[in-house]
Design a protein around this ligand. Structure first.
Ligand SMILES: Cc1ncc(COP(=O)(O)O)c(C=O)c1O
Length: 373
């Protein structure tokens, strides 16, 4: 049996009849930039996240970068985040003019370890960017209370956690602002590139809107230099259609996760995802830990099962950050996880038979040993 890591084709097929009429209308009107679908999507996504504002942009990276630029980072301003995230998190900090500072993650949730946060705060720290990794919210109460104590802002990297909840509130609604990615493989994915900023702060929303559109508040009146970082109408229309299905898709992901939990819970050598009682995860990824990860992955691949690694090289050990002079051993929890983590297939359309097959093959790979791989 073939089990892809994600199956976007299945989702596209089921939505064609809803998306195509909207795209036809946009093609007919040639209204590709701005327009009613952008405005409507921004309203609908803000409502879904329970925030006052949503600003649709070109990607999750732009969402993060524009928030940080709007917050006015200056060179040498430090921003604390985690080393086990996609590089976009730290690219945004650096490109907005700041300096990323890492704290290690919690060994249970893989999210920012608030117990290590205060030790990383200096007189140059301006803010914190927790990442809601794999769809599970970070420990927001602890992070917000430390930020409050030290006068720091908090920007949520919610690029993997659309509509996930912490103590009954949606991600993207806790901090000064939240950043979302609608990269095609995300829980809410565009048919191309797209992202959004959510915030309750009207001034910040206004600034981000300006920054995404060449710094102009009115056509050809540029108050500042900005970027070409707009979301286009075709993406917004597709996202409006998909947003209606997001709650059901997230529920299907949780059901799929529960079946994996049932089938794998008695296998000692597998560390399953652990979801904090305060959180409702949206299982963007279903990430386990196993010994001999690379061999297990190869073996599953031979059986037609695609898996992923999120992330195999921690950011502080990437070539791009050699200048930080951080060596192996700097963030042991992240480093140990990087060698053992394996992301199993996870998407709403995954069938029970596929989950059973993945689980059986995973158990065989572990039980039979992996020498012959
Ligand atoms: C945690 C995290 N942050 C930021 C991003 C950047 O989003 P995008 O690819 O839309 O720029 C991603 C997307 O992969 C992500 O997973």
């Amino acid at each position: 049996m073939e089990v892809p890591f994600i199956d976007l084709k299945a989702q596209n097929r089921s939505l064609k009849s809803e998306i195509f009429p909207l795209w036809e209308e946009i093609l007919e009107s040639a209204g590709f930039i701005g327009g009613k679908h952008i405005d409507a999507f921004e309203d609908e996504f803000a409502k879904a996240c329970n925030t006052r504002h949503c600003i649709a942009v070109n990607s999750g990276t732009d969402a993060l970068r524009f928030i940080l630029i709007a917050l006015g980072l200056k060179s040498d301003d430090e921003v604390i985040t985690v080393p086990n995230t996609f590089i976009a998190t730290t690219e945004a900090i650096t490109q907005a003019g700041g300096k990323p500072v890492f704290v290690d993650v919690d060994p249970i949730t893989y999210n920012m370890d608030h117990r290590k946060l205060e030790a990383a705060i200096t007189s140059r720290t301006k803010g914190i960017v927790p990442v809601h990794l794999y769809g599970q919210p970070a420990d927001m109460d602890s992070i917000l209370s430390i930020a409050d104590k030290h006068g720091l802002w908090v920007v949520e990297d919610a690029c993997q956690a659309h509509l996930a909840e912490y103590k009954g509130h949606k991600t993207g609604s806790f901090g000064t602002a939240g950043a979302f990615s609608f990269y095609p493989g995300k829980n809410l994915g565009a048919c191309g590139e797209s992202g959004a900023v959510t915030t309750n702060n009207g001034d910040l929303a206004k600034k981000v809107k300006q920054i995404r559109d060449h710094g102009q508040s009115k056509k050809y009146y540029h108050d500042i230099e900005g970027y070409n970082g707009r979301c286009d109408a075709l993406q917004a229309a597709a996202l409006r259609v998909k947003l209606k299905h997001l709650t059901a898709w997230n529920e299907s992901r949780r059901k799929n996760a529960n079946l994996y939990f049932d089938l794998l819970k008695s296998i000692d050598c597998i560390v399953l995802p652990r979801i904090d009682n305060n959180c409702i995860s949206v299982f963007h990824l279903f990430v386990i830990q196993v010994e001999n990860r690379n061999q297990v992955q190869k073996r599953l691949s031979k059986k037609g099962i695609s898996t992923g690694l999120h992330y195999p090289i921690p950011l502080h050990l990437q070539k791009a950050y050699k200048y930080m002079n951080l060596h192996p051993g700097s963030f042991p929890i992240t480093e140990q996880a990087a060698e053992r983590l394996l992301s199993l297939p996870m998407y709403p359309e995954l069938t029970k038979a596929q989950i059973r097959y993945v689980s059986e093959e995973l158990i065989s790979a572990i039980n039979e040993g992996v020498e012959e791989c």
